[in-house]
Ligand binder design. Structure first.
Ligand code: ADP
Ligand code: MG
Length: 911
């Protein structure tokens, strides 16, 4: 796409040097501004365009797919240039930010005419007014309305002794909503916290960025910005933070540690630097205690597909499956709650009470949801107004939000029962001053332009001075029309028109054939030639010039008055910032509660019982995402029970070991139980007939042999690293989901690791756990581990095929049905037949050293597998089993006994 400048644009002068290599003042200005912002692409305002020069132009033209041109020379070389029109700047900014660039926006700070007054050669004053970075956006066009956009600062404590554990403080803000939080964590939790917050941008000190241990991790993340040491300076942190909030001491925020102060101060300093003086309406920093929310590490989040699927999409995630909110702010709050389920049963039950009251009261729910639909995104509109990037529609959003909130509070005031959370929300809905909404309603016109500079947003009759100026402007426009008629008459050119463009202003236009007449006496005394085009000739007249000046000045004056009104209204909005933010939060929470109630009613979810025991009893549980996916095809989901509660009087929970063929539904069962725990603890109803859950403090979920090629680690290594994390961290309140651990290595290795892992979970971690495995050998462990329960997924064999019933029952799978599954998958019949043959043969052999395969004829008449074992083989095996005493065996002995049994079977069969 070629971007060219409109012809005749007088300003701006390109910042070029001349051919002698001398640097013009314009060039000097550009170079100076660029030097101050070396790590940003510089959007350099020139008239209606933002131009980029030199390397910036090369980078941007490639990134945006726009044409790279040249203009002038600098130090003897061509200057590469590209530009984007100001009116479409957001679109291009969006692309650049998404690609990880940072952009410095440099504006003209005066009218070019002003500069000219200082001398013909003088340069228009310009400076950077804002740095656009991924973590500091406010525009709707640049943001996803349903997601928070966090900037995260990470500060690390200086280690005082060798071997001391690293300790971090995290501070994060969303300048588009004003949220500001702080927490502390250790190294293992650092990546879990970052995975939870999914910040758009992370700031760290240069030193932390270069840290040998962390550097590879930073590089994996998107948009980590290293900053100079002063931003993370301990000594000045408190002063910077208190001065941002204009408070006397940081005690106003509760007692923050020095490290927390450092991270929080880094955030506000970065905001000040990027916003250059504009103040987003940040709330004072609020501390989050790590133990208040369930610890869920990055692998588990990915694995359970909480916020997005493994392939990175929202569709198919748990969030997508449960999101019935009707506002963007509600959607953001829902995502926050889902990513940080609570651990305090009281807090959980307060949320559940709110959901329950909307489940019970169908009318209140429907009413609330329809009223909320009319509630705009108050928080983001407020943030834009506060940083000076708001428009008339943001004022309207504030007006409509405040009115909707007040209406809602009135409507819900008549609820039979009002749970604590809803009562608090209703109070907050009434906080903003009703006069503000009334004032906005009186001031704003019915149709609003996107930008305040477009004018026309103030309602007629609101401001007398404005009405008068507008009348003058409109009157002058009528005079122009009259003038056109008079000129047509006087010249006899009926097609004479008075037109307007940005270059010439108002002008008289006639077709080429009439041009000569106007240029000859006597008409040339009135009509002054301006321009000859291919088909038209253009003129001006003294009268038209005067009229134009009058129109322009009254239009300017009208716009000026409107902008004054805008600023006054914006200021009264900002003065109510705290109340508006609180109201926005209340609307979001009402949206979330009613939406979750809607979901519960729609899908038949039940209220979970949450307490601080170690219980875990799910009756008729379903997988919330799979269930909805199957429902779309009309397939029912088979509900299943699960009970991981400690045996009577015990503290340690049970482990369920689930065997069964591929495709039986093992993974689905595992995940649905983890998801039910998450939903219960985020404070919502769950897809089950009933659920009783003792709060989970940490949740782990792992799948064997997960692919992690991007990080260049062997899949097995990843599996083991992740398993190690669980065995080292899980405690009695944790819930562990292990799916096919040990799959990534040779059978015996894998089996042994799985074996030892189950034992460790049982004896050391003592946590509640679900373990799906294809190692049938593990089921023998149940004889020795008293809290281990064998479960399997029922299948039916039918005419050589396998039918999956998806029903989880006690017991263990008899065999793995791999070949039947392969048949279902459509492997060629010859391959299936061949596989049956090999299997039959293998089952007779010692698996470790298969032999006799040289004799297995390829594509010969199928080998008939013996239908039955020789009688004496079975007897031998039965006798051997009877002789075993599993309670006294070590795992190793048990394994050896197993192999011996197989050996016996094999040798017996050969006889
Ligand atoms: P496994 O882990 O045993 O190989 P999965 O859990 O991946 O099996 O399930 C395979 C497929 O079976 C799923 O994609 C789903 O469509 C279906 N399925 C699983 N569990 C159920 C269930 N309880 N009810 C209905 N369909 C199910
Ligand atoms: Mg599976």
């Amino acid at each position: 796409m070629a971007l060219t400048h409109p012809a005749g644009m007088s300003e701006p002068e390109p910042p070029q040097g001349d051919d002698n290599g001398r640097v013009t003042p314009a060039m000097a200005q550009y170079v100076e501004i660029k030097a101050a912002n070396p790590d940003c692409l510089l959007f350099y305002r020139m008239g209606d365009f933002y131009e980029m020069f030199f390397e910036d132009a090369e980078v941007a033209s490639r990134a945006l797919g726009i044409v790279l041109t040249k203009r002038g020379k600098y130090l003897g070389r061509d200057v590469p240039l590209c530009g984007v029109p100001v009116v479409r700047a957001d679109e291009y900014l969006h692309k650049l930010i998404a690609l990880g660039h940072r952009v410095a926006v440099c504006e003209q700070l005066e009218d070019p005419a002003e500069a000219k007054k200082r001398g013909a050669k003088s340069v228009v004053r310009r400076d950077v007014v804002r740095l656009v970075t991924p973590g500091t956006l406010t525009e709707d066009t640049l943001l996803d309305s349903r997601r928070n956009n966090y900037l995260l600062a990470v500060a690390r404590a200086r280690l005082s002794s060798v071997g001391e554990e690293a300790h971090f403080a995290l501070a994060w803000i969303d300048i588009s909503t004003g949220e500001f939080r702080i927490t502390e964590c250790d190294r293992p939790s650092l990546s879990a916290e970052i995975a939870r917050l999914e910040p758009s941008e992370i700031i760290v000190s240069d030193a932390l960025y270069a840290d040998a241990e962390l550097a590879p991790y930073w590089r994996e993340l998107t948009a980590v910005t290293p900053l100079t040491r002063d931003v993370f300076d301990f000594a000045t942190a408190e002063r910077r933070l208190t001065s941002f909030f204009a408070v006397a001491t940081s005690e106003a925020f509760g007692s923050l540690t020095r490290l927390e102060l450092t991270a929080a101060a880094a955030c506000v300093t970065y905001v000040e630097r990027t916003q250059l003086g504009q103040r987003p309406p940040l709330s004072p920093p609020l501390r989050e205690t790590a133990s208040a929310t369930v610890a869920i590490d990055q692998a588990t989040r990915g694995n359970l597909e909480l916020m997005r699927t493994l392939s990175g999409e929202r569709r198919g995630s748990l969030l997508d499956a449960i999101d019935r909110t009707v506002t963007s702010a509600g959607s953001r709050l829902l995502a926050q709650r889902l990513s940080a389920p609570l651990t305090d049963p009281n807090a959980i039950n307060r949320r559940l009470d709110a959901v329950a009251s909307f489940v019970d009261d169908v009318t209140a729910r429907a009413d609330t949801r329809s009223r909320l639909q009319a509630a705009p995104d108050l928080a983001r509109a407020l943030a834009r107004l506060a940083v000076g990037r708001g428009g008339p529609r943001d004022l309207a959003a504030i007006r409509d939000g405040i009115l909707a909130a007040a209406d809602l509070a009135r409507a819900l005031g008549s609820l039979k029962e009002t749970p604590e959370d809803i009562a608090a929300a209703l109070r907050s809905c009434q906080r903003p001053d009703g006069m503000l909404a009334a004032e906005l309603a009186a001031a704003l016109a019915a149709e609003l332009p996107a930008y305040k500079r477009d004018g026309g947003f103030v309602r007629e009759g609101y401001d007398a001075a404005l009405d008068e100026t507008r009348a003058l402007r409109d009157e002058s426009r009528r005079v122009v029309a009259a003038l056109q008629a008079r000129y047509a008459e006087e010249t006899g050119v009926r097609a004479l028109k008075i037109r307007h463009n940005n270059v010439l202003g108002y002008f008289v236009e006639v077709t080429a054939q009439h041009g000569d007449r106007l240029m000859a006496a006597p008409l040339n005394a009135t009509f002054i030639h301006r321009q000859t085009l291919a088909g038209q000739v253009r003129f001006t007249t003294t009268e038209l010039g005067e009229l134009e000046a009058k129109i322009a000045s009254s239009a300017d004056r009208a716009l000026g008055l409107e902008l004054d009104i805008f600023e006054r209204l914006a200021a009264s909005v900002i003065a109510q910032g705290e109340e508006i933010k609180e109201c926005a939060g209340a609307l979001a929470s009402l949206d979330v509660s009613s939406a979750l109630a809607h979901l519960a009613a729609e899908r038949g979810y039940a209220r979970p019982q949450v307490d601080d025991s170690h219980d875990f009893v799910i009756e008729g549980g379903r997988h919330p995402v799979v269930e909805q996916a199957l429902a779309r095809d009309g397939t029912p989901f088979v509900a299943n029970d699960c009970d991981l509660s400690p045996p009577r009087d015990g503290e340690a929970g049970r482990i369920w070991l689930i065997t069964g063929p591929n495709m039986a539904g093992k993974s689905t069962f595992l995940r649905q139980n983890a998801l039910i725990a998450i939903l219960a603890q985020m404070g919502t109803f769950v897809p089950a007939k009933s659920a009783q859950i003792g709060v989970v403090d940490r949740l782990f979920s792992r799948v064997g042999a997960a692919d992690d090629l991007a990080r260049g680690r062997s899949t097995f290594m990843v599996e083991m690293v992740e398993t190690a994390a669980i065995l080292n961290q899980a405690g009695a309140s944790s819930l562990v989901i292990l799916d096919e651990i040990g799959r990534g290595t040779a059978t015996f290795d894998g089996l042994s690791i799985a074996w030892a892992t189950v034992e460790h979970l049982h004896d050391v971690n003592k946590c509640r756990a679900l373990f799906a495995t294809h190692f049938h050998e593990l089921t023998a462990l149940a004889a020795r581990l008293d809290r281990l329960h064998n479960a399997t997924v029922k299948v039916k064999e039918w005419k050589g095929d396998v039918v999956f019933l998806h029903e989880v029952i006690a017991g263990s799978a008899d065999h793995s049905y791999g070949i039947q599954v392969a048949k279902l998958a459509g492997l060629p019949a010859s391959v299936i037949e061949r596989a049956r043959l090999v299997l039959a043969k293998l089952e007779q052999e010692d698996r470790a050293k298969p032999k006799g395969f040289e004799d297995l004829p390829l594509f010969a008449t199928p080998y008939k597998a013996p239908q039955e074992m020789p009688d004496n083989a079975l007897e031998l095996v039965i006798a051997a089993v009877a002789a075993l005493n599993p309670d006294e065996m070590s795992p190793r002995e048990a394994m050896e006994a197993l192999y011996a049994l197989k050996q016996k079977l094999a040798t017996a069969a050969k006889k």
